[in-house]
Design a protein around this ligand. Structure first.
Ligand code: TXA
Ligand code: MG
Length: 349
């Protein structure tokens, strides 16, 4: 793939119109959203969905999210809107929440990876909304990275992955949230979170009462396991470096990392002064929102500085921290090390 990719400006009305025009014609445009950049195309055209999978190098059984801008656009996409979906939309749309419902025949199977459900989200980013309106169709948009790589939260990282592969990239600066939307299904009897994201499980429970969290969110999926969210079974968010999460206090972490040859620290801001190796910070300790905002850009930075062996701080799993942990544990291929246990093994062994 080596096509001319136009660079458009999210702040210019003329450019928003141009993006809409390209999308209406069946083209692909990378667009900013409040979570991460998306690789957008007409969700109702099966050939466009097929092209999205091809450009991303994504397995075609991993369904796409359909983006809308108003509640009127929802009924044609689904067979019914369950009460739980109404409550969630009322509380969190527009915003970083994706709701899975039964799909109507209008949504092609190509868009939903062959499933009879559809994932729908109403983004809050003004440029994303304006582009969907200009396109005049709902937009299928996976994260705008090549499959397996970290999602892009800054314009330059979208260009690295997609220049020459899409018709246009819309520059909207940095994404505010920094991790993808929370994916929740209301097709199950009890609503279930399939992917943690910008809306926390605590926030969802405050609106719905009981909410389950799918096992795949925290655990390593078994080989060939059936997972409810196909996206969770693929290797994800991985930079070239080998990352290991270190589950320890700051003091233990620093002592451990400083004793490793050729290490790079994926630490929190302000901790650099305790570390004698190259450091890439991702947000502040005790501040999950700042960690979410910085994580994917930090993973890109690790590649840019050529890091090979990376030791990461362990994020807290509460609030949006659960999404940070979920992404980081996949970037680390589920490697977690407890230095204290290592020492005990060392003493007894
Ligand atoms: O924040 C976001 O959600 C971003 C921006 C661009 O909106 N989009 C995004 O899309 O992260 P993507 O394709 O990278 O992730 C979609 C996730 C995948 O894990 C996929 O398996 C799941 O949603 N998903 C989509 N439709 C589904 C369905 N019908 N049933 C179960 N899981 C579904
Ligand atoms: Mg993705």
């Amino acid at each position: 793939m080596n096509m001319d990719t136009r660079i458009l400006d999210a702040g210019k009305e003329y450019d928003i119109k141009a993006a809409g025009e390209i999308l209406r014609r069946g083209g692909l445009v990378a667009i900013p959203t409040e979570t991460v950049y998306g690789l957008a195309g007409n969700a109702l055209d099966p050939t466009v969905s097929a092209q999205i999978y091809k450009v991303k190098g994504r397995p075609s059984d991993n369904p796409l999210i359909v983006h809308i801008t108003s509640m009127e656009e929802l009924p044609p996409l689904v067979t019914e809107i369950p009460e739980a979906a109404r409550k969630l939309a009322e509380a969190f749309w527009p915003g970083p929440l994706t709701i899975i419902m039964k799909k109507s025949p209008l949504v092609p199977k190509e868009t939903t990876g062959g499933l009879d459900t559809v994932a729908v989200r109403m983004p809050s980013h003004p440029a994303a909304q304006a582009i969907i309106r200009a396109a005049g169709v709902p937009l299928a948009a996976p994260s705008a990275n090549l499959s397996g790589l970290p999602s892009p939260t800054v314009f330059e990282h979208v260009c690295d992955d997609l220049t020459g592969r899409v018709d246009a990239i819309v520059n909207g600066g940095d994404c505010a949230v920094g991790v993808e939307s929370t994916v929740i299904t209301v097709v199950t009897e009890i609503p279930r979170v399939l992917r943690p994201g910008g809306v926390s499980v605590e926030q969802l429970r405050a609106v719905l009462g009981t909410v389950e969290v799918d096992r795949a969110v925290l655990e390593k999926p078994a080989e060939n396991a059936r997972v409810s969210s196909p996206g969770m079974k693929y290797k994800h968010y991985a930079p070239k470096a080998d990352i290991t999460i270190v589950d320890a206090s700051l003091e233990e972490y620093a002592a451990f990392v400083n004793a490793q040859p050729d290490a790079t620290a994926l630490c929190f801001e302000g901790e650099e002064k305790l570390l004698s190796c190259p450091c890439v910070p991702f947000g502040r300790a005790e501040d999950a929102l700042s960690q979410a905002h910085c994580l994917f850009a930090a993973l890109h930075t690790l590649d840019e500085i050529g890091a090979k062996t990376v030791y990461a701080r362990m994020p807290r799993k509460t609030g949006v921290g659960l999404a940070v942990y979920n992404r980081l544990i996949r970037a680390a291929a589920f490697r977690v090390l407890v230095p204290r246990d290592e020492m005990i093994v060392g003493l007894t062994g």
